[in-house]
Ligand binder design. Structure first.
Ligand SMILES: [Zn+2]
Length: 351
């Protein structure tokens, strides 16, 4: 028996070496095929996009991203020189009653929504300073709503295309303004950037906060990523008396700092986690409608015109729970594809 020992030792050594070699191969970063992983993530996003979410897919997975941290504090050109603001025909859209208690008062590209309750109006997002007067105040009047009844203004995030009318609505109508803490901080930090758009610090939203007005509640979800304070919402609207659940996605594009692995990988993870969080809330509430604050994402501008021809057919905004889930999968997978690209950069830098 003794004579067999050296051979057994040799076999064991070979097996051990093989195992170590394999483990080494698995741990070697170059073993990852980053391009294949990116292609797979983009393909998952394309599959999830279906025919409904091509705008979101294009913006997040296909178009180049703006990605630098903006630390400048300049007065925007459209505030400094209002006559130089984009021409009306580029943004004007007719207001529309979309559900029994939800009205569109936005423009061609950016949306604002008035949710009516038994005790006043909750306004969601406020577009730009140069068009909030005509689209929101004028649009509400056109639809028979009195802007004086706006009790709450929810700002999904503090970018000029959504916070533009918040200061005016707070000052003129005494509306309470709700925003995420980090975005309130940004408004305070950059007085020039937010000139004419800076409501006085008011209600700081927290994850799961319920805002109730009359018989209507909006649940607020913290979905950091697009900005650190981005908020999303779930609420119920009515379609010819039938309750319909809505998921409102508050921030979409990847214009947070993401050019370099640090902090880009972490920032994409924050964004991805938020999409998972919001998808779970949409699932829990049975959301069949996805709304956004850009019409390229929820197709609001086109759908508002389709409502007129609906007859007794389904509501054009109501896509079903499965489609709403796919919306968040588009966001998540496009973010993952971009994150993998940064993981590749990190690996290359380490080699
Ligand atoms: Zn934004």
């Amino acid at each position: 028996m003794k004579s067999h020992l050296p051979r057994i030792v040799t076999i064991c050594a070979v097996i051990a070496l093989f195992a170590v070699g394999n483990a080494y191969a698995l741990q070697t970063p170059s073993a990852r095929d980053f391009d294949a992983e990116i292609r797979a993530a983009v393909q998952s996003a394309k599959t999830a996009a279906g025919v409904e979410f091509l705008g979101t897919l294009t913006r997040l997975c296909l178009l180049p991203q703006s990605s630098a941290e903006d630390t400048t504090d300049n007065v925007p050109e459209f505030v400094r020189n209002p006559s130089g603001a984009p021409a009306r025909e580029t943004w004007y859209a007719e207001p529309a009653r979309v559900f029994d208690n939800l009205y569109f008062v936005g423009g061609k590209v950016h949306s604002a929504w008035a949710l009516t309750t038994s005790d006043g109006i909750i306004l969601i997002d406020t577009i730009f300073p140069y068009n909030s007067e005509e689209l929101i105040v004028g649009g509400m009047r056109k639809l028979g709503l009195d802007p004086k009844n706006i009790k709450y203004v929810l700002i999904s995030h503090a970018h000029a295309d959504h916070i533009g009318g918040a200061e005016m609505l707070q000052t003129r109508y005494g509306a309470r303004v709700v925003m995420g803490a980090a975005d309130w901080d940004a408004v305070a930090k950059y007085p020039n950037r937010y000139k004419t758009m800076a409501p006085k610090r008011d209600i700081v939203a927290t994850d799961g906060m319920k805002l109730t007005l009359g018989e209507t509640s909006v649940t607020i979800w913290a979905t950091p990523g697009h900005t650190p304070g981005t908020l999303s919402y779930t609420f119920t609207v009515f379609d010819r008396g039938r309750p319909v659940n809505v998921a409102y996605s508050g921030g979409t594009a990847f214009n947070f700092p993401n050019r370099t692995p640090n902090p880009g990988i972490r920032n994409f993870q924050t964004y991805i986690d938020s999409q998972k969080h919001m998808a779970a809330q949409a699932a829990a509430t049975g959301a069949t409608v996805i709304l956004s604050n850009h019409s390229e994402f929820d197709d609001a501008y086109n759908k508002n015109r389709m409502i007129a021809g609906r007859g007794n057919g389904p509501h054009p905004y109501e896509l079903g729970t499965e489609s709403v889930q796919r919306y968040f999968q588009v966001m998540e997978n496009c973010a993952r594809a971009a994150q993998i690209g940064l993981e590749r950069d990190l690996t290359k830098a380490a080699q």
